[in-house]
Design a protein around this ligand. Sequence first.
Ligand code: SF4
Length: 416
Amino acid sequence: MSVRNSLHDSLPLARVVGSNPRMLQVSPSILQFLSGYMGKFRVREVGDNLILHSHLPPLNSPAYSRFVTEHLLARTSGPSHAQVGITNACPQRCEYCYNRNRRGQVMDTDTVLKTVRTLREMGAVWLGLTGGEPLLNGDIVRIVESVSGDCAVKLFTTGCTLTPEKASRLRQAGLFSVSVSLDHWREEEHDRGRRYEGAFREALRAIDIFRSTGGIQVGVSAVLSREMIENDQVEEFLSFLDGLGVDEAWLSEVKPSLEAFWNERLVITEEHRLKLVKLQDRYNAGGRMTVNYLGHFEGKECFGCNAGNKMVYIDAFGEVSPCVFTPLSFGNVQTGSLPAIFAEMQEHFPSEESCFINKNYRLLQKHSAGRTTLGRADTLRMLEEVRFGGLSRFNQLHHGSGTGQVTPARETPDRR
Ligand code: SF4
């Protein structure tokens, strides 16, 4: 078991303040917001880490202290969260894969290392390693090790090629959390969606290996279809995941990032989102496993959509996008300065209350002209037609305004 103890802690904020006394300098309204937010989850002890859920660094980690100091107090303009594709290779062919149409020259390891270190310098306190299948990058342990000292590193994987030795080296390198992809409790459904026979068994095998390794929070990342949500099948799925003994179910829904999903019958509505939020809260109040629904974290009542503002995605080819689900590029780290590219993106991407891609996929369709990843010029043309909404509850409190667009003052120097 990777969880040594479920703490049943009704006052997670008190534990956070205990580990980060500077939290007391955060404004009372933000503290009250965080107290309400954290109260929906249980703090769990995994190895040396106290974890609320895996979208935040462990609450007692140097990465969380940086989140408090740099983002809550100093309000740095850099990203807090970043995802990096460290390879484009993957044996699976998921029907909803947001990387399917991305192309280019794959970053070499030196470029990946430089990129993750630059992200950390810019402010990133949480780094998600993705792909392709990131375990296929032979330098993954070096990449984790290069930033894990004060940046929480999480892995998103199919589990393919995992061995107990590799899992152990990743833990020693400082990996704090892993999400293994599993989209259905029926083997044939999961394999069908991934177009890969054996995907389900590989995922279960990887979960077992990570759980036996100890010290890493082990979760499942599940992409839910609208059909599953409408047919009330998510609860059955969660029971199955709970039975696997995982620490967390990281839930998101299929996003309209690809042409095949530019269909309003496939995109979730606000009612579907709220249904999943309720299910998450109900489960967390009584269940063993943490349920972490992205649409809650990124919902208007919490932190909102921070694509391109506090969140950045750099794909395996070095293209810089607002998030993994937005096939828009502002430039490439192999030919340009990451801080400068990010700064331009952030100017065009105010934080807002609801999911950018769910709201704007029709504009993506209009501007794509057969391509699904827009280059900088087309991206800027599309953005001229985008109307951003108001601020999430957190950003209303953090920036002191109920509506409008948050583009923080530039503070991150160009370091390249
Ligand atoms: S566009 Fe949607 S998926 Fe991307 S960061 Fe915003 S809320 Fe999340």
